[in-house]
Design a protein around this ligand. Sequence first.
Ligand code: GLC
Length: 433
Amino acid sequence: MTPNEHARLAGQASQILRENDRGAYTVPTKGLYPFQWNWDSCLTALGFAAFDEDRAWREMETLFAHQWPDGMVPHIVFHQEDEGYFPGPDVWRTGRPVPTSGITQPAVAGFTARRIYERSKDKAANAARVRALVEKIDRWHAFLCTARDPKGEGLVAIIHPWESGRDNAIDWDEPFQRVPGEGIAPYRRRDVDHADPAHRPTKEQYDRYLWLLEHFRRHGWNNGVLHDLSPFRVVDPGFNAILIRSCADLAALAEELGAADIARANRARAEKGLAALERLWSERHGQYLCLDRTTDSLVDSPSVGGLIAVFAAIPEARAGAIGARIMEIAKRCRYVVPSHDPADPRFDAKRYWRGPAWLIVNYLVSDGLAAAGMDAVAETIRASSLQLIEKGGFAEYYDPLTGEPCGGGQFTWTAAMVLEFLRGGEARALAPV
Ligand code: GLC
């Protein structure tokens, strides 16, 4: 890439961030997603940090201003009314002062906070605000490690597919058999007004998403009981790896800011999680798999969730196997990393999380691989990501076979990841745990 191309892409990416900026938070894209989303915001903060560090911290602070008293950080904050999205606040009815959803999303904040602080030009000026954020992130981690791991097994379960961030992944098909789809209030989806229905989750899946929502609502959004009362309890290696990495990074950041107790607690969480993650390894697939906690069995679904595991400091041999697997997949897919194994007959190149490639996933996986010393594979992913952008613009996700842009356009976190990829790899050792 020539310096001119580099500058042009960076300019376009920053422009998208500015266009989707609503002052103290950004929307993922106009139309389809008109509110603040949890992991979108944290990853977007990395993009802002490239040109406006204050705005980066504000993005995360706004999200954490809506943390629940029990420590949960909701997956959506409904800052203003918008008829264009379903299910809105009138369906969730969580009773929060500013309405929010009642479930969470991958806890990537510990990672992004550390990364932004590390690059901060004036650490002293930002220390107090970052310290306040660190305390909130710690409370969120504590929430996840208790409410979503009530037996203290070292791995947390998601209780709704939307919590994984990979809404309609093939991983959830089997566990979803136990979630009823009947008896829910009539509803009208809005996502299909903005995007091609053939690329979106199906009606059967939506019925079950809503059944779970209504079930949790009936139980007053009481996280003390929801885990055990949910017919859907899945341990996702991707969700857990992100949490483990965030715990390790938060520990390092807390240490630097003199919060020794927080550092200790998060280091312990990361160590326990890393040891427990081993239970999800599948020798047959050469990657990690989801575990259905209601049956205590692995879900036979080789998705990218099991590759995101490399984002945490997993054993070298496991990271090596994941790197090899991605290079194998690259033989079938022109663009990596697809969200599901293309050799699996269930793979669907255009349907959201059942095959398409997503830049945020590419970023997490390549960062983990680089940290594990696999720079060549990391570089393959980075090159693929930038080719997708050059070819199809800043889309929500891409068909990994053809590179066709799909879903929403001018997508915020895609733009943020481009700014990261343009910065070059960050091959550094992970925070020691
Ligand atoms: C979809 C994605 C989720 C993301 C949200 C907003 O629901 O599956 O990961 O956070 O859109 O972009």
